[in-house]
Design a protein around this ligand. Structure first.
Ligand SMILES: [Mg+2]
Length: 443
């Protein structure tokens, strides 16, 4: 049962020096230091459980997200936990519609990343209190209760609450079998770890050999900085993985619209399944234009890791601007907003292929895609979840990958908790830990 009053929220700026080895490098982010604004909430319940949440960042700027978490903390500290999750839609709106703070959003940018970190901690604590991994909490939840977590404001022209209810009700059919299937085989994944932009050809070859040996059949290559370089690297990877394995490309927003069409057309011979983030993540009509132009080449459009909110996802779907929808557990307003996007994707019959990697993104998003398969999409066609093999050792409940599939987590919670030692070691020196307590006193 849900219990306790929230008595404290703390936030820490945690940074990992991934840029030193070019891990995570792409055409736009050449020196990422994978980082997180890491939130912990505590209640006065005697069970000693805490909620852990994070949002992902690339190093500099994490301190800004931390500031936004501090500004939002007033909405959660000194509240009954039952009051928060008992009417989660109301609480979500309070966070995202604060009469003053919404001016620096609304529902986008730094303030929304901070919202994600806080709400991820709330979901972690809720799942822990119920003694279930988050995906199972969602799968077992009554459709009406699930709907009560979603803010339908601004999306009812695409998806009404009644339609969503029917989908969730329908999703109950065969749920048990799909859950068993996931527990046995896991959710299919693809790897981005072989071909970061900053890796040498030799490194790329060695990593492909190892990944193939480990059973990977789906590979993503970073492109967009230099065309002859991309042709050479795509040729190399295609040769390594053979004609039958899947190849995806990711430009991380590098091009203008026409430039994207021209560039990707020159990579068509390598038979990529999709081009990811070909242009500005905000350019919905630009994506639609690229999508139309590349369709005859059999190349789809994937995007979403920097899509601000459900409203933009709605428009991407309405404009037929994407073929693969990439939710992100730390960009949108946590599970609440992701639920609305999963349901819209189902309605528009677009496969969801989550964005993951970074720090903690695999740990979190696996729960959402498991729920999507078991209770919403009921299909694995054209579906897979991104995987990157970095930084899992810092988590108390790291992902388990078997035969290139995510095995459903068994521990209660949202897999968000980092090891204390890791947080202590990687705390940004200028950051420290900030804590808001029930007394109003900040430490
Ligand atoms: Mg990407």
């Amino acid at each position: 049962m849900v219990r306790g009053r929230v008595i404290a929220l703390s936030v820490t700026d945690v940074r990992f020096p991934t840029s030193s080895d070019q891990h995570g490098s792409d055409a736009m982010h050449t020196d990422p230091d994978y980082s997180a604004a890491y939130v912990v909430i505590e209640t006065d319940a005697t069970d000693g459980l805490k909620g852990y949440g994070l949002t992902f960042t690339l190093g500099k700027g994490t301190e800004v997200v931390v500031c936004a978490v501090k500004a939002l903390a007033v909405h959660i500290v000194d509240r009954e936990f039952e009051e928060i999750v008992g009417d989660f839609r109301r609480f979500y709106r309070q966070l995202t519609s604060d009469g003053q703070l919404r001016w620096i959003g609304p529902e986008k940018g730094v303030v929304h990343l901070a919202t994600a970190a806080i709400l991820n901690a709330v979901w972690d604590l809720w799942a822990k209190q119920e003694g279930k991994p988050l995906w199972k909490l969602l799968v077992d939840m009554d459709p009406q209760k699930l709907l009560s977590c979603i803010d339908f404001r601004y999306i009812t022209d695409a998806l009404t609450e009644e339609e969503a209810y029917d989908m969730l009700k329908h999703g109950k059919l065969g749920q048990k079998e799909r859950e068993e299937q996931m527990l046995k085989n896991g959710y299919p994944a693809y790897t981005t770890s072989c071909a970061w932009l900053g890796y040498s050809d030799q490194q790329l070859k060695e990593l492909c050999v190892k990944a193939l040996k480990d059973g990977w059949t789906r590979f993503k290559v970073k492109v967009g900085a230099d065309l002859p370089d991309d042709i050479r690297r795509c040729k190399l990877v295609r040769e390594m993985i053979g004609p039958d394995n899947l190849l995806m490309l990711d430009a991380n927003q590098r091009w203008d619209v026409q430039e994207a069409i021209d560039w990707v057309s020159k990579l068509a011979e390598f038979k990529p399944l999709w081009i990811e983030e070909p242009t500005s993540p905000d350019d919905i009509l630009g994506h639609a234009t690229i999508s139309k132009a590349l369709a005859p080449l059999g190349i789809g459009i994937a995007t979403g890791e920097q899509c601000h909110n459900r409203v933009m996802f709605k428009q991407f779907l309405q404009a037929k601007a994407l073929h693969y929808l990439q939710i992100d557990s730390c960009r949108l307003g946590s599970v609440n907003e992701n639920l609305s996007v999963l349901l819209m994707a189902k309605k528009f019959q677009i496969p969801v292929c989550p964005h993951a990697g970074g720090v903690g993104l695999c740990e979190l998003v696996q729960h959402l895609i498991l729920f999507d398969y078991i209770s919403v999409s009921a299909s694995l066609e054209n579906r897979m979840c991104e995987y990157v093999d970095h930084l899992h050792e810092h988590f108390k409940y790291p992902v388990t990958i078997k035969k290139a599939a995510y095995m459903p987590p068994q521990d209660a919670g949202y897999s968000t908790e980092m090891k204390e030692e890791s947080v202590r070691q990687h705390r940004f020196p200028d950051g420290g830990i900030w804590q808001k307590l029930i007394s109003g006193q900040n430490v």
